[in-house]
Design a protein around this ligand. Structure first.
Ligand code: C5P
Length: 306
């Protein structure tokens, strides 16, 4: 049955405006998709069974299997669109850390959209899939698109960014996740009374990506939410310091955290950084990945099974 493979993301820049009337913050962000994947398999279920979710893989702790799971909501949304019952058994194999700031939940929703579209033979136009994705969550459209892209609005209005080269990342994954809304609330608290400018992404990063200059990309990494994630989880400061100490080209909290992303010089250096993170005991586990990689796609069943 159809299996969608969906990458995690890291935000190379994340500029956050003031809280809007819709409960969201306007963003300017640069996403990069990285080679850490969830696989979502859609199987037919008996009439009236509704959606069920079975989880597998190293990163499943705390993932809901009911309708609170964004992937189940994706099935419901696509089924309503197609005028059919959402009778599907999803199998999700998770490698993307849960509540880690790497859009794992969004990846599963994007995967469920693609896998059910294939299972039901809907051939939903790509533009419509992106609209449905944006209804599900701010990071879901990018999970479909992949590569490197500028995100505006809630992060869901995407424009591809020219980028060359392969970027070697090391991710230090914390013991437990951080809630995205809680991190946004914390940045509002920390910035209370400040005058906020429009969110924007500086040219420095975009030029560095266009040139494929990893050193310059490393120097240009930035994340407005980092302060809030560190405020809620002060131990993250130590993780960031290890990345610096071991010569990362750049380091930052990924999205709303608490995963810390460190950009290595090359594959060998990424191994050194991974060992340093592991040996220091500052994180639960370490993952290495490269970017940019393509967005969600259907893969042959012979690949890693969901
Ligand atoms: O869209 P998503 O479900 O991923 O967002 C989770 C929560 O994160 C939102 O309900 C909101 O509190 C916060 N958020 C925000 N501004 C954004 C994206 C998310 O305030 N641009």
């Amino acid at each position: 049955m159809p299996i969608a493979r969906v990458p995690a993301k890291v935000n190379l820049a994340l500029s956050v405006g003031g809280l809007g009337g819709d409960g969201y913050h306007p963003l300017a962000t640069v996403f990069q998709a990285v080679s850490l994947y969830d696989h979502v398999e859609a199987n037919p279920a008996a009439p009236g069974a509704g959606v069920s979710i079975a989880l597998a893989g190293p990163e499943t702790a705390g993932v809901p299997t009911g309708l609170e799971n964004l992937a189940a909501r994706a099935v419901d949304l696509l089924a309503a669109e197609a005028g059919r019952a959402p009778d599907v058994a999803l199998r999700i194999r998770k490698e993307i850390p849960v509540a880690g700031g790497m859009a794992g939940g969004s990846a599963d929703a994007a995967g469920a959209l693609l896998a059910c579209d294939a299972l039901w033979g809907l051939r939903t136009p790509r533009d419509r899939l992106f609209e449905l994705a944006a209804e599900l969550g701010a990071d879901v459209p990018f999970a479909l698109l992949g590569g490197t892209a500028l995100g505006r609005g809630r992060g869901d209005r995407l424009t591809p960014v020219l980028s060359q080269g392969t970027y070697h990342w090391v991710f230090a994954i914390a013991d437990s996740g951080l809630s995205t809304p809680a991190v946004y609330r914390e940045i509002d608290r920390l910035r209370e009374g400040s005058v906020l400018t429009e969110p924007g992404v500086g040219d420095r990063l975009l030029v560095a990506l266009r040139r494929g200059d990893a050193e310059a990309v490393g120097a240009a990494l930035s994340n407005d939410l980092q302060r809030a994630a560190v405020s809620l989880r002060p131990k993250l400061q130590m993780t960031l310091e290890i990345a610096e100490e071991y010569g990362a080209l750049g380091w930052l909290v990924s999205g709303s955290g608490p995963t810390v992303a460190a950009l290595a010089r090359d594959e060998e250096h990424s191994l050194d950084l991974a060992v340093a993170f592991t040996a220091s005991g500052v994180c639960r586990t370490v993952a290495r990945a490269t970017g940019a990689v393509p967005g969600a796609r259907i893969v042959p069943a012979a690949g890693p099974r969901a």
